[in-house]
Design a protein around this ligand. Sequence first.
Ligand code: FE2
Length: 279
Amino acid sequence: MTPPPHRDAGAGRPISRKSLLKAAVAAGAAVPLLSSGTRALARDSAGQGRPLSVTPACDDGDGPTHDQIEGPYFKPDSPLRTNLVDAGMPGTALTVSGYVFGRHCSPLAGVLLDFWQADDAGSYDMAGYTLRGHQFTDARGAFSLTTIVPGLYPGRTRHLHVKAQAPGGPVLTSQLYFPGEPRNATDALFDAALLMNVRGAGNGKEGTFDFVLDVDGTPGPGDPTDPPTDPPSGAWAPGRSYAVGDRVGYQGGTYRCVQAHTSMAGWEPPHVSALWRRE
Ligand SMILES: [Fe+2]
């Protein structure tokens, strides 16, 4: 079944100044970009001594009461899994990965991330748990989700839903958006601060996003913002498998791997902030 449009995204709704600002941002007016053309991630600001801006909450506007702010399609008790793709499921492959930080730039381990989304045709599974799942960040505060690109449905731009909660902390209910979507400019719920970096990867897509939760957080071992104490592990080269924490040299700079990957020409460390952080 195709779900109805979310309530406050319907036609005829007065356009607020905030909506106009969002539309302007969606059109590319004010999105902070790195030189590589991607948005700055929280990890790029971590370690600079300034508190991070928390990830905005974003609700579907469907709920007249506070406990429904996640919209009409959330279901509790999703399965524990990082891969939401069932065999034969249509759609474009998508991985989303990143870190969860506290306000003070420390990665947070054990954060609950609960994702839910529409299928390739824009429908939510309300009978079962298709395209729903929760996971926990690892000791480095990292997460990785394997899924498909959600389909469009009336009234909304393309989005993933997520709830994020540090142990003992408040629940952040939010949504993640895709750059370059025409409907970003007209969806009143769209927030440019919730855009992922997305790039093509084979026949699929890879998205990255760092959450910042409104909790203090405590630095721990494996903290990617820790000062480096180990020597560089050699010069960067294409065709190598790099793990999170690996350090390489490239054109006089030293970089630390922030996302496991196999290197290739075009992904030199200065060009891919999603993979390498300069030290
Ligand atoms: Fe939705």
